[in-house]
Design a protein around this ligand. Structure first.
Ligand code: XBP
Ligand code: MG
Length: 257
């Protein structure tokens, strides 16, 4: 039985990467006099590395002008990342990043029907706070029974630790929960924790192969285009009954673009 919905943040609740984190990274580079910039396509490649600081360190490894000494490299990554998170919070507070269509109604439906809500993300807590306070108000945390963020785990997704931690906090078995993710890495994290997962593809992962999830689709805003097809037809948005149906069928699919 479906007792809890565990939400990823970046790409799932909102399209935060291209117009949020990427832009904030570029502004942080500029503010700190670092000559690097990430265009949309390069950032898409870098998204394979989860964690903003880890992503930056990965990029530095291929830059001859990056600091040679490890300590200096780590210090620069920390400075850029801290500033990026401050600038990201400003972007989000300005209202520039909307929740993805269909997210708010589903959150409300869960509240009405007593389905537990959780956040399971590899993003820094400050970024989750900024995004959810902007959209759900200062008391947003009351709606979520667990909020697992990047700082809470030793290993980021695709490692399953974040999901394992959320399940332990909620005292639920993996198959009593359903994960909502947008990326192959997120889907892997859920699968490795034995949590059934639906994937609402985000812009950067529109064409990726997604393996071993209970459903994959273009977003919660439409039932059309999902695999497996929604049992109740293709018109209207995806709702809690659709998710409960995919969850109970546990019919694992692998989907290319
Ligand atoms: C999100 C991430 C994060 C964000 C940036 O992955 O990998 O690193 O890109 O946030 P997921 P930070 O959606 O799977 O949680 O800079 O705070 O890491
Ligand atoms: Mg994501």
């Amino acid at each position: 039985m479906l007792k809890a919905l565990l939400w990823d943040v970046d790409g799932t609740l909102a399209e935060t990467e291209r117009d949020g984190h990427r832009v904030a990274f570029n502004r942080a580079f500029e503010a700190l006099g670092v000559p690097w910039r990430w265009d949309e396509s390069r950032y898409g490649e870098l998204l394979r590395i989860t964690g903003g600081r880890e992503r930056l360190l990965h990029d530095m490894a291929s830059r001859s002008e990056a600091p040679v000494l490890l300590d200096e490299r780590l210090a620069l990554a920390r400075r850029v990342h801290e500033m990026k998170n401050r600038l990201y919070a400003e972007i989000v507070a300005s209202g520039a990043i909307a929740l993805r269509e269909g997210v708010r109604p589903l959150l409300e439906q869960c509240g009405e029907r007593g389905v537990i809500l959780g956040i399971v993300t590899t993003t820094s807590r400050a970024n989750v706070q900024a995004l959810l306070a902007a959209h759900l108000g200062a008391g947003w945390q009351a709606a979520f029974a667990t909020v697992v963020c990047g700082e809470d785990t030793a290993q980021k997704k695709p490692h399953p630790e974040a999901y394992q931690r959320a399940l332990a906090q909620l005292q639920l078995a993996p198959n009593e929960a359903l994960a909502i993710e947008d990326s192959p890495g997120g889907a892997t994290a859920a699968r490795e924790a034995h949590v059934p997962c639906v994937v609402t593809r985000s812009a950067y992962f529109a064409d990726d192969t997604i393996d071993g999830v209970v459903a994959v689709g273009p977003g919660l805003h439409q039932r059309a285009g999902w695999r497996p097809a929604a049992a109740r037809g293709a018109s209207g948005p995806v709702d809690l009954d659709d998710l409960a149906d995919w969850h109970s069928r546990m019919d694992l699919v692998s989907c290319g673009a």
